[in-house]
Design a protein around this ligand. Structure first.
Ligand code: FES
Length: 182
């Protein structure tokens, strides 16, 4: 009786062409994914770049100690649909020399911390008042009375070559404040 000898299956090497196409497919997929993500990454970088704009407010010497001045400017963070609301401003109060005899300022957004109406400064009473629902703030920006849940929003500022500059403020909300400290 004949016995058939069964040989163990020999391992077939992958045909080189199949391996090549597999690599080619993977490489093409990676390149396509990179190309698709380029606009998105560019958008993120653009957003980050756009988020910091410094606006010159004037010479430090133009702001008398202990007085609050309103400085208006066109917000460089404006969008085409912002209209007149892009013409905004800040309240600047020169507090005097701080540490190292460096001038210290309080710079507030004009928007009320309740629903964003522009508040007005009344030097006679030393108060900021909101015309919409009667919100009132002290000269240091803290809430005095009315519906606002907090004080005025602080803006980032700096002095460069004797000029006061403020970081262009986006429209502040309670969830996205200009400064978390107040
Ligand atoms: S918006 Fe200012 S009190 Fe309401």
């Amino acid at each position: 009786m004949d016995h058939e000898i069964i040989q163990p299956p020999t391992e077939q090497p992958h045909p080189p062409r199949r391996v090549f196409f597999r690599w080619l497919t993977s490489a093409a997929g990676a390149v396509a994914a990179a190309l698709v993500s380029v606009p998105f990454v560019g958008y993120l970088f653009q957003q980050r770049k756009q988020s910091v704009h410094w606006v010159a407010l004037g010479k430090v010497a133009e702001f008398p100690f202990g007085e609050t001045r309103t400085v208006a400017f066109d917000n460089p963070l404006r969008q085409p649909w912002d209209g007149v609301t892009a013409h905004t401003g800040v309240f600047v109060r020169r507090e005097g020399p701080g540490e190292g005899a460096v001038d210290r300022f309080l710079v507030f957004a004009v928007n009320c911390a309740h629903l964003g109406c522009p508040v007005s400064w009344f030097p006679q009473s030393g108060l900021f008042m909101c015309p919409c629902h009667g919100g009132v703030y002290y000269a240091n920006g803290q809430r005095a009375s009315g519906p606002p849940p907090r004080g005025l929003f602080h803006c980032e500022w700096r002095v460069v070559d004797g000029n006061l500059e403020v970081q262009a403020p986006h429209y502040p909300t309670l969830h996205d404040t200009l400064d978390q400290t107040t």
